[in-house]
Design a protein around this ligand. Structure first.
Ligand code: HEM
Length: 530
């Protein structure tokens, strides 16, 4: 694993002027367990950044919540659904770099834009996001391959370099606009149908349900090169089974966390989390395998008839033989898992924000009509003509980053914020907290998409205060797909409807359920434009 040994090279940078962390270290206040983490003290040669003249401090000196308090917060006070708020609370209490324990896991949280930038810019060619032990264990148990999310090292690098050739760049994804627009046409038909069923002829209840189906249909069209029928009145049984498995994965998020956090020897005593974790993965893999096999059979038949097989991602993967069949199953499974709720929650938030801010909606509508017209079906090339639609997505993801935090495992000793972080430490990058810092985004609590339009900010592509798709070699590979699905849909929704909040929708709060999602159902009125 020569590449894995590539180091996270931290840059020597001066201590940030605005004093981003306020450590309150006293070894005496730390639990014995934390003192045992003092393994980095005096280690020579660790790269330094954001450091202090007298040399880096050890982890023992790093502040953070006590283990017991953390467990009570997470398990007894339902902290799992408030992970984003806890991130902010801990940042206020302990400063912008702090440590926590979660079961057997130890995590250093970084909640400062510049320190996040430092960590991510310094990473090597093969970053590791998190300890994926439980995912790997399931795959070993069932003889399955890892996919992009769960793979590490050379295995990850190989798959990433194959997939990135097809879906990483906007121009590669632009060719899918036609398929996505067909899904949008079905979604709009569905909206008219749902409106026709509503008492007032306008209300659609629980829009996330609708956007879930849209996102699943959209991403599956690209991944499997076939339609699933999610937007039909009667959804096919295999798709229903998949949705159930996906729900199990997220509804049992807490138990999935336990599955990773509970030591293996405790499983005979507490078997449910691991059992459910395996059951939901079985469902997800089964679904992907059915659709991949269907497509591969079609391709094979075409080739047997002497025809040239033409197609998208799956056809390419099959013909190029760069990935094994098992690797194709695993990647399709993990990409579908990664691509449905993320996109649908973001769409729900974006539509909610537009409904709550009619003035922004009106400005965006005028921009669409002015630059594209009232009925023009947009292509990928049209999206830059409507800068506010891109700003809307950025602002939505700043306020509601679907992944409120992200992770990295340090691959060499690293000095961050004046602390020596030993190799192999799990870092949590607190994107939610940095997104709400006024110093990163003036009047950060306010929904102001235009902040992304100012020339200064547009040039500032490296604003690490809000990086909802992550950053660098391990960033979201589906980003361009998600953006295209969202941009094209928002444009076409506004061409047809004025979106108004329904009187049944109160203020919607965010909750974490694995992902940051609307805590209450969102109901809106789709009022036909004249
Ligand atoms: C609004 C929608 C989405 C958001 C906010 C989002 C966000 C993220 C984030 C934050 C990461 C971690 C990046 C890092 O560690 O630096 C990630 C990884 C990933 N995402 Fe997305 N994502 C979205 C949609 C999608 C879609 C549509 C797909 C698939 C088509 C997808 C597939 C993946 C995969 C496979 C990874 C793992 C990449 C790797 O480890 O190499 N995502 N995503």
């Amino acid at each position: 694993m020569a590449l894995l040994a590539r180091i996270l090279k931290a840059r020597l940078s001066p201590a940030p002027e605005r004093g981003p962390w306020q450590p309150r270290p006293t070894d005496a206040r730390l639990p014995a367990r934390a003192r045992a983490e003092d393994k980095g003290v005096g280690r020579p040669g660790a790269p330094r950044a954001g450091g202090r003249a007298e040399g880096p401090r050890s982890l023992a000196a790093m502040p953070g919540p006590r283990t017991l308090a953390n467990l009570v917060e997470l398990f007894w006070k339902d902290g799992f659904s408030r992970i984003h708020e806890i991130q902010q609370k801990h940042t206020r209490e302990y400063g912008k770099i702090f440590k926590s324990h979660f079961g057997p896991q130890f995590v250093v949280s970084v909640a400062d834009r510049d320190l996040v930038a430092q960590v991510l810019r310094a990473e090597g060619a093969v970053p590791q996001r998190a300890n994926m032990g439980s995912w790997q264990e399931y795959r070993d148990l069932r003889g399955r391959s890892t996919g992009l999310i769960s793979a590490e090292g050379e295995q990850w690098l190989k798959m990433r370099s194959v997939l990135r050739q097809r879906i990483l760049k906007p121009k590669d994804v632009a060719i899918f606009a036609g398929e996505i627009n067909q899904v949008i046409a079905d979604l709009i038909k569905r909206i008219y149908f749902l409106k026709s069923q509503a008492e007032d002829g306008e209300t659609v209840t629980n829009i996330n349900d609708l956007f879930f189906k849209y996102s699943m249909e959209g991403v599956a069209t690209i991944l499997y090169e076939s339609r699933l029928g999610c937007l039909e009145n009667s959804v096919p049984q295999a798709t229903m089974d998949y949705i159930e498995a996906l729900e199990l994965m997220f509804c049992t998020f807490k138990t999935s966390m336990y599955a990773g956090a509970i030591p293996r020897w405790l499983r005979p005593l507490i078997p449910k989390p691991w059992r459910e974790f395996c059951r939901s993965w079985d469902g997800l893999f089964k679904f992907s395998q059915i659709h991949v096999d269907n497509k591969l059979r079609d391709i094979q038949c075409q080739m047997d008839r002497g025809e040239r097989a033409r197609g998208g991602l799956l056809t390419y993967l099959f013909l190029s033989q760069e990935l094994t069949r098992e690797e194709i199953y695993a990647n399709m499974t993990e990409m579908l898992l990664a691509g449905v709720d993320t996109t649908s929650f973001t769409l729900s938030w974006a539509v909610y924000l537009l409904a709550r801010h009619p003035e922004v909606q009106q400005t965006l509508y005028r921009e669409i009509v002015r630059n594209l017209g009232e009925r023009h079906v947009p292509t990928a090339a049209d999206v830059p003509k409507v800068p506010l639609v891109r700003a809307l997505l950025k602002e939505t993801l700043r306020l509601f980053p679907v992944l409120p935090g992200n992770g990295r495992v340090t691959q060499e000793d690293l000095v961050v914020g004046g602390y020596l972080i030993p190799r192999g430490t799990q870092l949590a990058l607190c994107h939610y907290a940095t997104s709400y810092e006024d110093e990163n985004f003036p009047r950060a609590k306010e929904f102001r998409p235009e902040r992304w339009l100012r020339p200064g900010n547009l040039r500032r592509v490296d604003n690490f205060g809000s990086i909802p798709f992550g950053y660098g070699a391990r960033s979201c590979i589906g980003r361009r797909i998600a953006e295209l699905e969202i941009h094209l849909l928002v444009i076409q929704l506004l061409q047809r409807f004025e979106i108004k909040i329904s009187p049944w929708t109160k203020t919607v709060h965010a909750k974490t359920h694995g992902l940051l999602m609307p805590g209450e159902p969102i109901h809106v009125r789709f009022v036909n434009r004249k």
